[in-house]
Write a protein that binds this ligand. Structure first.
Ligand code: NDP
Length: 295
């Protein structure tokens, strides 16, 4: 089967690498050199334009920063729509927003192209290992067609509901991730300043009711070790929390805690820059308090 993958970023690259080992894959990336390097390393072809990438493909997968970035790639002489055939399955793995996903689906439908939003969770390591969670929004029939392809990089592939439901799920998930990062930065720097050994504090937390993915995995692997890898940009997490807050406002759901977390994450993004990792606010808190969470 012929698959086109557009967007070889931090998570798109390992997802595409898994597709390359199963399918006849063509990749496209805005910075063309990345697509060429990918094609040289994997069993894949590099296309010069989005339209060329999708020509002849049965499945198209996109993974860009925002839904708006995907929508902008649709039109124009070299755009995606110029190369799409009838009956194509278009899966957007961007952590996107429901309104734009619905707009993309409406623009593709007259061309006989089925669309689903299919954002992922599990990080770059999860993508490389093929164990991502994929949150799909779209028709049940489109979901059934999508599952075998998504299994190339996904372990838990969930039909969340109609178009946009995957986007909504992902946005709320990441807002909760943001809360946990900020809350642990505050709580752990406090414990260390109070004289508690950081590893002991985390071990105890992880055997107690305050634990989370951040305390069980991210902090032990990246903060205690001082490794601080850059795998997911804080700017993208800020974008996700923004999508979640827009959704809650639209629904009339009061969310003072998430609003405050969104403000704090955005302030961190402004202070730390567009390339900072999503755990960098923890380091910023360390610097502000004069303590280090290491051990
Ligand atoms: P990166 O910032 O690492 O990469 C972004 C990719 O999109 C690059 O290939 C970049 O091209 C391309 N791009 C950026 N802007 C445009 C544009 N306007 N038009 C065309 N291409 C563009 O992002 P990630 O790979 O980390 O994230 C991609 C999506 O996946 C995001 O929605 C993110 O929220 C989500 N995600 C990321 C996770 C992670 O761990 N990194 C985990 C789960 C979801 P170029 O090479 O030219 O810069």
């Amino acid at each position: 089967m012929r698959v086109a993958f557009l967007g070889l970023g931090a998570i798109g690259t390992p997802m595409a690498a898994r597709l390359a080992s199963r399918y006849d894959l063509t990749v496209w990336n805005r910075t063309a050199e990345r697509a060429r390097a990918f094609a040289a390393e994997h069993r894949a072809k590099a296309a010069a334009t989005p339209g060329e990438a999708v020509t002849g493909a049965e499945v198209v997968i996109t993974c860009l920063p925002t839904s708006a970035d995907v929508e902008r790639l649709l039109a124009g002489p070299d755009g995606i729509v110029s190369g799409l055939g009838k009956g194509v399955l278009f899966l957007d793995c961007t952590s996107g927003d429901a309104a734009t996903s619905r707009s993309i689906a409406a623009r593709l439908a007259p061309h006989g192209v089925a669309f689903a939003d299919a954002p992922v969770s599990g990080g770059t390591n999860g993508a490389a290992a093929g164990v991502l969670t994929v949150m799909v929004g779209g028709d049940a029939e489109v979901f059934q067609r999508a599952v075998p392809v998504l299994e190339a990089f996904g372990k838990r592939i969930v039909h969340m509901g109609p178009l946009g439901a995957g986007d909504a799920m992902k946005a709320v998930n990441n807002a909760l991730l943001g809360v946990n990062i900020l809350a642990l930065a505050e709580g752990l720097t406090g414990l260390v300043k109070a004289g508690v050994n950081p590893r002991l504090a985390l071990d105890t937390l992880n055997a107690s009711s305050g634990r989370s993915f951040v305390s069980e995995s991210l902090i032990p692997e990246r903060v205690l070790t001082g490794a601080w890898p850059v795998t997911f940009r804080l700017a993208l997490l800020d974008k996700d929390v923004g999508i979640c807050l827009d959704l809650l406002r639209e629904l009339g759901i009061p969310a003072p805690l998430l609003e405050r977390a969104g403000e704090l994450l955005h302030q961190n993004r402004v202070a730390l820059g567009e390339d900072a990792d999503y755990l960098a606010p923890i380091r910023r808190q360390e610097q502000a308090t004069g303590v280090e969470i290491r051990g």
